[in-house]
Design a protein around this ligand. Structure first.
Ligand code: GTP
Length: 346
């Protein structure tokens, strides 16, 4: 059984970070999220992957190649135009096994496939959708199920009193290949809005199984930040790269930290980072590999991707900086989200 990873969306809500980068390549704890996902899939016994790409496909292809470095095989289903979440699956049809797993590449979660697969085997449906519970379902499509877990309908963006449950589609499915006959080829098709409702109507056996563990959609800046704060608080227990020097302070290899630098936990510092005298970093900062931070910089609640440069005296609060950004001296930035065009040449 192979896995299809949907990684072709435009990521418009995460712009400008995704202006010239596929959203799944956004760094999570100093590594592209897609890399974490591939590592997790391998641990779960999935060694053959297909990645459906459209927005800057070469960035994903150049980074992962044939997957050898990660001990998996990767093939790419490339879309000429945006085909949507179901259209992308249809386009990947020649690469897919009789039964396969589909994952949205922008969902950050503690992947545990065995219970989902066991449920799918037991119920013998056409699709088993991983479900997750959310506090406020009013922004999502909520499912209504019978006692066996069969999905009866999706209720889009319900008011609290109208919601049949607080369970939503978690963006992970087990699917039988014969279901692809219901997806039209060559045009944009949404799995949530078009394919799943059609499959329910056809009585194809669409089941939902609640998945456990941490789950968060990284689609918006708020949630992207939230994932990092959850990581630093260890609410989301993804292993962090770097040595934990003191409680809540993780520092990578070969860093040069000058005298008088203060870390206010929780803080994650990547490899080869230089920090100048009397800078104060934290709480809630994630500094990428090869970043250079000058003297007397004050940095709070900020995520900086690799190779950024913050000059002396800069004050940063609640910012997100893409690769290689330079912040001129004495700038005070609050809630800035910035990226550079140069990423394409990276
Ligand atoms: P927004 O533009 O901010 O809505 O983001 P998005 O469209 O990239 O993501 P969305 O949450 O709508 O999609 C969920 C997942 O499906 C993400 O991992 C996307 O990369 C992926 N996806 C969405 N549309 C397509 C598509 O047309 N082709 C492929 N291959 N993947 C897609």
């Amino acid at each position: 059984m192979n896995a299809l990873v949907l990684a072709g969306g435009l990521g418009t809500r995460l712009r400008p970070l995704t202006e010239n980068l596929p959203k799944p390549m956004a760094l999570v704890a100093n590594r592209p999220w897609l890399e974490h996902l591939i590592v997790q899939l391998k641990k779960q016994g999935i060694r053959h992957l297909v990645i459906a790409v459209k927005h800057y496909p070469e960035i994903i292809q150049n980074y992962f190649g044939n997957g050898e470095k990660w001990g998996v095989t990767i093939r790419y289903a490339i879309e000429k135009s945006l085909l949507g979440t179901a259209g992308a699956i249809k386009n990947a049809e020649p690469f897919l096994d009789e039964r396969f797993i589909v994952l949205n590449a922008d969902i950050v979660h503690e992947l545990e496939l065995a219970p989902l697969l066991a449920f799918h085997n037991q119920h013998g449906g056409g699709v088993t959708i991983g479900l997750t519970e959310v506090d406020d379902p009013s922004h999502y499509g909520v499912v209504e199920q019978d006692e066996q877990g069969r999905i009866l309908r999706f209720v889009e963006k319900p008011r609290p009193e109208e919601a049949p449950s607080r369970l939503i589609n978690a963006g992970i499915y087990v699917m039988e290949k014969q279901m692809l006959q219901y997806i039209p080829a060559g045009r944009e098709v949404s799995i949530e809005r078009e394919t799943f409702p059609l499959l329910i109507e056809k009585g194809a056996g669409i089941y939902g199984k609640v998945i456990s563990g941490y789950w968060m959609d990284m689609g918006t800046k708020e949630r992207y930040r939230r994932i990092h704060w959850d990581l630093l608080n260890r609410v989301y227990p993804l292993p962090l790269l770097g040595q934990q020097n003191e409680k809540g302070i993780w520092i990578g290899k070969n860093c040069e930290i000058q005298p008088g630098v203060m870390f206010v936990p929780p803080v994650l510092i990547g490899d080869n980072v230089k920090i100048g005298e009397r800078s104060v970093i934290g709480p809630y900062c994630v500094i990428g590999n090869d970043c250079v931070i000058g003297k007397q910089v004050r940095c709070t609640e900020t995520i900086m991707w690799d190779r950024c440069l913050a000059h002396n005296g800069v004050v940063l609060n609640n910012c997100i900086f893409g690769y290689g950004l330079e912040i001129g001296s004495k700038h005070i930035l609050h809630e800035a989200v910035m990226s550079r065009v140069e990423v394409l040449q990276a």
